[in-house]
Every structure is written in C-alpha cells, then in structure tokens.
Write a protein that binds this ligand. Sequence first.
Ligand code: AOF
Ligand code: ZN
Length: 343
Amino acid sequence: MNDELFIQRCFDLARLGLGSVSPNPLVGAVLVHEGKIIGEGFHQRWGEAHAEVNCVRAVSPENQYLIPYSTLFCNLEPCAHFGKTPPCTDLILEQKIPRVVVSNTDPNPLVAGKGLARLQKAGVEIKQGVLEEQGSWLNRSFFTWITENRPHVVLKWAQTADGFLGKKDARTAISGSTALRLVHRWRAECDAILVGSNTALLDDPRLDVRHYFGEKPLRIVLDTKGKIPPSHHFFDDSAETWVYGNSMKGKSFSNTKFISSGDRILIPNILEALKIADRAILLLEGGANLLNQFLESGDWDEIRVIQNKQRLDEGVPAPQLPANVIIKEQFQVEDDLVRIFTR
Ligand code: AOF
Ligand code: ZN
C-alpha cells in the first residue's frame, strides 16, 4: 500500500515535466527512509538531469547518511545507458540504495529491462509493476513514440449537446472560458498542432498558449489550394509554423516553412516529418474533414471531446466516436463535460 502511495507521488512529480520533456518520458523519483520522504525530484527538461539525479541531489546534507538505508521509488525503470546523461543505475549503485520500486519498465530498446537487471545483479531488491496501468497512461505519448516509432496523435473537438462542431461558414464558440484555458494547457503540453484549411480560413486561429503558460507548439496548416489570406495569424511568423502549400511571394519569413506536397497530403507524410523533427505529440484541432480523415485511417491514439449543454439544431456535425473506444478520463469544467478516450 505504501509502495502505491509513493509511486503516486512519483506520478505527481513526473507530471510537472509536461510540456518540457517530450519526446522523453515523464519521470518522478522519491527517496523514502522508514516511511518519510528524504528527497524527491523529476525530469524537468529534455536533455537535462533525470529524475533520479534530481531526487538524490535534493537530499539535505544531514540526511545523506540515510540514503543507503532508503528505498528509491521511480515511475520508470532507471536507465542503464549513456544518453545525454550518464546511467541512473550507476548513481543508484554508487549511492548504495538497497531497494528500488518502479511502475513501468522503460520500452526504449537502449534500456528495456537492462536497468532493472543490472540493479538486481548487483544485489538491489527490485519491485516492478506498481500502479503499472496508471504509469502507462501517464507516459502514453512516450510509449507510442518508442513502440510505434511515430508521434502520439490526439484528436480534439468541442461539440454541442446535439452533436455539432459549429455553424456552417461562421466561427462558433462552443466551450466556456475555463475549458478554453484547458485547451491552451493541452497546447502547451503538445509538440505540434495541426489544422485543416477550412478551420484556418474560418477561425483564423493563433494556435498559441495565451490562456496558459508554456512554450508555443509548432503550428501546422494544410493549405494546398492557397486559400488562407496573408493577413491571417498563420502567416504572422510569431511561432514555428509549417504550411503544407506553396510559398508566399513578397513576404519574408524566419519561422515559417512551406512544404509543397501536391494536392493530396497524406497523413503518413505529416507523421513522418514530425518524427524526423523529433515532435512526439500531435494535437489535431480540426476541422471536421481532417478529424474524419484521421478517424477513418485509424491514425489516432487519443480523442478528447469537450461537450457543452448548448444546442445548435443545425451546423457542421461532430465526428462519430469510433466503436469500442475506452473512456479513460471524464470531468466537468464549469458547463463543459470533458471526456478522454483511447482504443
Ligand atoms: C530515467 N530517468 O528521468 C528519464 C529516463 O538522452 P537522455 O540521457 O536524457 O536519455 C533519454 C532516455 O532515458 C529516454 O528515452 C528514456 O528511455 C530514459 N529516460 N530514464 O532513468 C529519467 N527521463
Ligand atoms: Zn536515467
């Protein structure tokens, strides 16, 4: 039971890395001596120290002598490889930590069980699989990235109670202001946001995170027919932007890349380009056509639906949820019901 409690604490710490560590996993670590936390840390930024290192560093000088009598809790198996940082297993052995409890093993082929095996061989007591399902859900984008070798795709839409995305040919606000903040948080937590040309044309979205905090994600728009006017936010060069379409004459850009791809943009091409650019989480914000294309091709991992009590009676129909989706989260944000589905 206590093991679960401390792994839960690792999850909470790990979550603080959301928006800063991708494509690395979210990892938290806690050192516990006789039921008391003496140090905790998390992986804060891609390329920087791992959770275990920050956790050991956080132990105060007067408690350091307790480390060889403590248990290290970590939601992910400690790494055993030299990456941007040295192996966490070395640190654990140097510090003579006698017991390690983890939630998930690390699917990264460079680690994949080697971390735990190395510790076990050196005499460290290991317990694995604590709250494993919760750990996998927390690190779902990392698991997709490593095991499927492509970005984790999140489809998102807001719909009325009677199943419409909005009015035809007019920008329609569906969800409330608190749900809007949540959407901006999701934006800050992803690596790239994609929208189709109709949405870009009609809504003129900025796709930034102005109602939350964090880094702006890469914006991607499909505009093969050159429908979006130069005055739209997409062409303001205010964030890294990919435009699938022809370059714009007479305007110079430093953050905007034009990708000519012919009329038909294939989803696999976008996913491949993201993979090469090390962007592991794609949020698709619409519109209906593009959402339906991803649903039909099956290129999705997660669906987030925000539903309001409003009714529109007519308009653009919201996509149909695929059969057999599993609901993973459901919560109310003022008048909006948020549901997160997976397969
Ligand atoms: C851990 N603790 O906090 C994290 C781990 O390039 P590097 O050195 O940062 O290594 C990245 C890989 O290490 C990553 O793909 C994953 O397998 C593991 N991440 N491991 O022991 C951590 N973030
Ligand atoms: Zn590590």
